[in-house]
Design a protein. Structure first.
Length: 353
């Protein structure tokens, strides 16, 4: 009997010891500091949205250089979704189809005022759009746009807002007849075709499409990128945005994205020749078609790559959207975008926190 009691005691002791070992977890916490500070404990997928356009160059370089991986860790899988316009991107972000990405402030502001569930967390590029007139259109200045048809990439886009500001500066009205300026929406690739066929008179379009039209001899730039309103080209054209849920659950990953974007901007400025090749690689990957390096070079020279964001410029563009009817149920004097811009993470990154 004593032998059985002793045996049972040994078995019980061993069982308790194994149970204690089994309940212990040493997995690192996301953002807990140390070597795994920016790495999640388990495999995770981050859904990144980006345009098929050179104005999103920092995002392209960050992907090509593995900068997101650098700050997110090897356990993070990156799922990239390319978009043709800001409206589709903003809808995808608001409905939790993507987590973060690069977009223009025009459509993202419009969507934010409806859903209020994502934020601007960094700048990426200021400016980069030009006003191009058809070679034989007879247009030599903005004043000559009366009675003409001007294309923009999509309704409510940042480019349309700039066009409306440009027309307002020249006392021109947007109309549906020949008494003013008619605005139509065409994707940039389609705009190139319609310009060749002389179906439109002009376009306010992001680079490198304007440069391409000029090089083909079918158009001429009548307002260069550094004279496009607001702020003579120094306005946010591409910003980094993230969903509220992603920001709440993945603060360190969001900071990593901001740092990757900043590093990519620095890389483009320090080594532009290599950057052109990297940008072209991503264009091929996202759109299935590359671009002449000379065009990419020309486009980059017309961009002001920066992480800075002008709240005043975004508010000015939002007021234009209200006037145009894209933002409803909000009066200009009641416009409040204080929660749309959350640059606290950007400031932490700049301070090395």
């Amino acid at each position: 009997m004593k032998k059985w009691s002793a045996l049972l005691a040994v078995i019980l002791t061993a069982t308790l010891a194994l149970s204690a070992c089994g309940s212990k977890t040493d997995a690192p916490k996301d953002g807990a500091g140390g070597a795994g500070a920016n790495k999640p404990a388990a495999a995770k997928t981050v859904r990144l949205g980006i345009f098929k356009n050179v104005t999103h160059a920092p995002g392209y370089v960050a992907l090509e250089q593995g900068l997101f991986k650098k700050y997110w860790g090897e356990n993070v899988k990156i799922e990239v979704t390319p978009f043709d316009n800001g409206s589709d991107f903003s809808t995808a972000l608001a409905t939790d189809q993507i987590d973060l990405g690069f977009v223009g402030p025009g459509p993202s502001t419009n969507q934010f005022l409806k859903s209020k569930n994502f934020r601007v967390i960094s700048g990426s590029n200021n400016g980069g759009a030009v006003l191009v007139a058809g070679k034989d259109s007879g247009i030599n200045s903005v004043k000559d746009l009366v009675g003409k048809t001007v294309a923009i990439p999509t309704k409510g886009s940042t480019n349309e807002i700039s066009l409306r500001l440009l027309l307002k500066q020249n006392n021109l009205n947007v109309t549906t007849d020949k008494s003013g300026v008619q605005i139509i929406a065409r994707a940039p690739a389609d705009t190139l075709v319609t310009m060749r066929q002389k179906e439109i008179d002009a376009t306010l379009i992001p680079e490198p499409w304007g440069t391409q039209m000029e090089q083909e001899g079918i158009g001429k730039v009548i307002v260069p990128w550094d004279q496009i309103p607001p702020n003579n080209g120094n306005y946010p054209l591409t910003v980094l945005v993230a969903g509220d849920k992603f920001l709440k659950d993945n603060r360190e990953l969001a900071k990593g994205a901001i740092q990757a974007n900043a590093d990519a901007i620095d890389f483009i400025k320090k080594d532009p020749d290599q950057a052109y090749e990297l940008i072209n690689n991503q264009l091929k990957s996202l759109s299935g078609k590359g671009m002449d390096i000379a065009l990419i070079k020309a486009a980059i020279s017309h961009l002001n790559l920066t992480t800075d964001v002008s709240k005043e410029a975004i508010e000015e563009m939002a007021r234009v959207s209200i006037e145009a009817g894209y933002i409803k149920d909000v009066k200009k004097e009641e416009l409040d975008l204080s929660k749309f811009l959350d640059l606290s993470l950007l400031n932490e990154v700049k301070q090395g926190k």
